[in-house]
Design a protein. Structure first.
Length: 183
């Protein structure tokens, strides 16, 4: 008597042999999205105001910002629309910009985008696109060309070094002044 193998049994045996001997199919992983290099802040806050007082209780400096992001590992705080006030013996100075960074280890405030430093009592305003302020030494240095406005007179220069406490400005490189005619 002859026995016949059923067709489903033969197909299963062929599939088993192929699975054991054949090359497995290549399964490609799904592509990942772009790896972001943007660090994630350790802390953030809105409508920030930081004040520092002297030993006798007088206000020495104040920093306000619309938004703050702090990166502990880099020791940097990023600020949006920062405003900084320093209160010296001769009166306050004010600085503002679109963006800023406080480099905590160096005690430096970097300002970028429509930077302005203003002495309200003297009606003098310095404008530039980038400036660093050493907060400990109270020294500002422009990183871009500067415009100085005093009343309706305008002075242009390639760079600015400003002693904020003493209110002494040094303009360097291609300095030129335009005087408005007196009425």
């Amino acid at each position: 008597m002859k026995k016949r193998l059923s067709i489903p049994l033969v197909l299963c045996a062929a599939g088993l042999v192929y699975a054991l001997v054949g090359t497995p199919p290549q399964i490609m992983p799904e592509p990942r999205g772009p790896v972001t290099e943007t660090p994630i802040p350790d802390a953030y806050a809105g409508a920030v105001s930081v004040r520092q007082y002297g030993e006798t209780g007088e206000l020495e400096e104040r920093t306000d910002a619309d938004y703050l992001r702090r990166f502990t590992r880099r020791a940097v705080s990023e600020l949006e629309n920062p405003r900084r006030w320093g209160y010296g013996e001769d009166g306050p100075w004010q600085a503002r910009a679109l963006r800023g960074e406080i480099l905590e280890q160096r005690d430096v405030l970097r300002l970028n985008g429509e930077v302005s430093i203003h002495y309200p009592g003297d009606d003098v305003e310095f404008t530039t696109e980038a400036m660093n302020i050493n907060l400990e030494r109270q020294i500002a240095r422009s990183l871009a060309p500067v415009r100085v406005w005093q009343e309706s007179n305008e002075t242009l220069a390639d760079s600015l070094h400003l002693d904020l406490a003493k209110e002494v400005a040094t303009l360097n490189g291609n300095v030129r002044t335009y005087y408005a005619p007196e009425p």
